[in-house]
Design a protein around this ligand. Structure first.
Ligand code: DAH
Length: 339
């Protein structure tokens, strides 16, 4: 019986040492120490022993039982420690590795320039207004002193959607909508897309962008227009920029001017960009025509105003020295990522 006990103990010890996981250990515990286990079976055989042998054998079995219990507990502990260590190893993060930089997006150069211009005009007290891209003949032409048979309609090739419904050719339409809804003093800018049936080339696109400006109040003069536009040009291009006002014609202003700034590429010496002239045209402007004020119910004998329409694409291309307007609309990331 003693030999049998020794054999069981040795086998159990070896099996526990070999065990790879908790389930195997548990199965071994049941196999040796359980109610129907091998050690328990030996205890049950003790009835057949002599009274002298019985306590000795009992003690041996108990010793074996305790030894196995200790062994199992130790093995379980070791396995838990090993599992914890493996988990830590698997989850270890090397905080010294360089991070993966995520590329933040940024504004399209045209949007950036528009926002900068809005800031400049806001600082001079202008509000920002919005207008529809689909306009009626009434707002885009009629009220701007361009009646149906007026030759000035030839200046702007228009996309008509239906009779009297068109894609606005100029943000000037927003002037009328503003004067219809606001009373002087009025100081607004309206940035937005405009549309003309133009052939696409390096400086023309059927979709382009303008920012309209309108000021109406008592006693507004050409001096105010000059001051505002000079301030604007200096903020956008730098204080050394010179501004030139050339007489021009627009049906909705009288007098009318076109405004040039010294070429941002050559500083006025003359280069490829300014075609040797040293100047770049950036906007049209003038004193609001009395007919326009009248068509919006504003008395031209009491109020006067000035208006301007700035080409946003031109401001963007000259500011960033972009040689072709088409680059602004192609959305090639390799181009856009440079700004
Ligand atoms: N609407 C004109 C254009 O698209 C630009 C312009 C000229 C706007 C004079 C104005 C202005 O407000 O007063 O060519």
């Amino acid at each position: 019986m003693k030999q049998q006990l020794e054999a069981i103990r040795a086998a159990a010890k070896a099996a526990i040492n070999e065990a790879q996981n908790e389930q195997v250990i548990e199965a071994l515990r049941v196999q040796y120490l359980g109610k129907k286990g091998e050690l328990t079976a030996i205890l049950k055989q003790m009835g057949g022993l002599s009274p002298e042998e019985r306590p000795i054998m009992g003690q041996l079995v108990n010793e074996a039982k305790q030894a196995l219990e200790t062994k199992i507990a130790e093995k379980k502990k070791a396995m838990a420690a090993k599992a914890a260590e493996e988990k830590l190893k698997a989850e270890t993060i090397d905080v010294t590795l360089p991070g993966k930089a995520s590329k933040p997006g940024h504004l399209h150069p045209l949007t950036g320039v528009t926002n900068d211009m809005i800031d400049i005009f806001r600082s001079m007290g202008f509000d920002v207004v919005d207008g529809p891209e689909v306009e009626t003949d009434h707002y885009n032409f009629e009220c701007l002193n361009v009646p149906a048979d007026h030759p000035a309609r030839d200046m702007q090739d228009t996309f008509y959607l239906a009779e009297n419904l068109l894609l606005r050719t100029q943000t000037s339409a927003a002037q009328i909508r503003t004067m219809e809804t606001r009373k002087p003093p009025i100081r607004v800018v309206c940035p937005g897309r405009v549309f003309r049936a133009d052939e696409v080339d390096a400086t023309h696109s059927p979709v382009f962008h303008q920012m309209e400006g309108l000021v109406v109040d008592k006693g507004i003069t050409m001096c105010d227009l000059k001051g505002v536009l000079e301030q604007f040009a200096h903020e956008i291009y730098g204080p050394e920029t010179k501004v030139k006002f050339r007489p021009s014609f627009f049906p909705f202003t009288e007098p009318s001017v076109e405004v040039d700034v010294t070429c941002s590429e050559c500083g006025g010496k003359g280069c490829r960009v300014c075609k040797g002239s040293g100047w770049i045209e950036i906007l049209g402007a003038g004193m609001v025509h009395p007919n326009v004020l009248r068509s919006c119910g504003i008395d031209p004998d009491v109020y006067s105003g000035f208006a301007f329409g700035i080409g946003l694409d031109r401001i963007t291309t000259t500011r960033y020295k972009i040689s072709d307007i088409r680059l602004l609309f192609e959305n090639d990331k390799r181009f856009l990522e440079q700004f």
